[in-house]
Design a protein around this ligand. Structure first.
Ligand code: G1P
Length: 293
């Protein structure tokens, strides 16, 4: 692969959002878990904001049944906007939900066969260019954002990149884990990848934290892939097969990460973000002290 092919800009991002969200039932019976709000923005909005900050133009949602609220959220709400304008209300709050016409695409994952399969469902839209992946459960707060930090690293080294962070050793078996090679600042070479290893077999405690920049060849690997951990078609296994064929690096994200796939992580994100927001911090701090008092 030549240098210039290696550095095609990252214009497209895939958001796998077909999951059933069973951990949040009954809240997620009729609304997608990606629409659960952390304060006043649904989870998916945080991921989309992060994508746009990184220069991504086209959003590809891999959806399933019962997920239409996500697409509605990024559509123009004519009645709402007309009513608000008629009442002289500012429409600025809706700004992050506006997508350039043509830049939101959905594909369906008909059967939940795993994350690798979900990504593969987007192959025709991704086409022959490198692309980003966001797992919206992983809420990444930083300045610059996680994907922007990754795009900056990509502009230097090209190839494939994943965001990683350290977790306590007893948590590694819930994640994809890297075997690290040489490190240089925030960049670490990836020598191997294993999905949900047993604690004693994990090659490190550096886990994949839900942000990826991948070369389109991964789609070909996914095409013929067998099931891996948990009987699912795993993205991690497909990526592992690309190591050695193409550059592969991990980026240690400088920022905060909240695991909004769990209830505790969701509560933590809500509190932490409220404590950072100018419009709420003082009141929330006083309230927390009262509650703990
Ligand atoms: C997925 C990935 C895993 C990654 C994790 C991050 O797992 O397969 O490699 O570490 O997301 O949240 P899941 O949480 O879907 O089981």
């Amino acid at each position: 692969m030549t240098q210039s092919q290696n550095r095609k800009p990252i214009r497209k991002a895939v958001f796998p959002v077909a999951g059933l969200g069973t951990r949040f039932l009954p809240a997620t019976k009729a609304i997608p878990k990606e629409m659960l709000p952390v304060i006043d923005r649904p989870l998916i909005q945080y991921a989309v904001d992060e994508a746009r900050e990184a220069g991504i133009e086209q959003l590809i949602f891999v959806t399933g049944r019962g997920k239409t609220a996500i697409v509605e959220h990024f559509d123009m709400a004519f009645e709402l906007e007309t009513t608000m304008a008629g009442r002289d209300k500012s429409l600025e709050v809706l700004e992050p939900t506006r997508i350039q016409p043509g830049n939101l695409v959905t594909v369906r994952q008909q059967v939940p066969l795993g994350l690798g399969h979900a990504i593969w469902c987007a192959r025709a839209i991704v086409g022959d260019e490198p692309f980003a992946i966001f797992l919206p459960d992983e809420l990444m707060i930083g300045s610059p954002g996680c994907m922007k930090q990754m795009v900056e690293a990509y502009n230097e080294v090209g190839g494939n990149l994943i965001s990683v962070l350290e977790v306590p050793e007893d948590e590694v078996s819930s994640y994809g884990v890297i075997a690290p090679g040489k490190a240089n600042g925030a960049l670490t070479e990836v020598k191997g990848l294993v999905e949900k290893p047993k604690r004693e077999e994990a090659p490190s405690n550096l886990i994949i934290s839900g942000r990826y920049i991948l070369q389109p060849e991964v789609m070909r690997v996914l095409e013929s892939q067998e099931k891996g951990a948990g009987g699912e078609i795993q993205l991690t296994d497909a990526m592992a097969r690309m190591i050695g064929e193409q550059p592969f690096h991990a980026v240690t994200f400088a920022g905060k990460r909240y695991d909004c796939g769990s209830k505790i992580g969701f509560v933590e994100a809500t509190l932490a973000i409220a404590l950072e927001r100018e419009d709420m911090a003082d009141e929330v701090r006083a309230m927390a002290q009262r509650l703990l008092g």
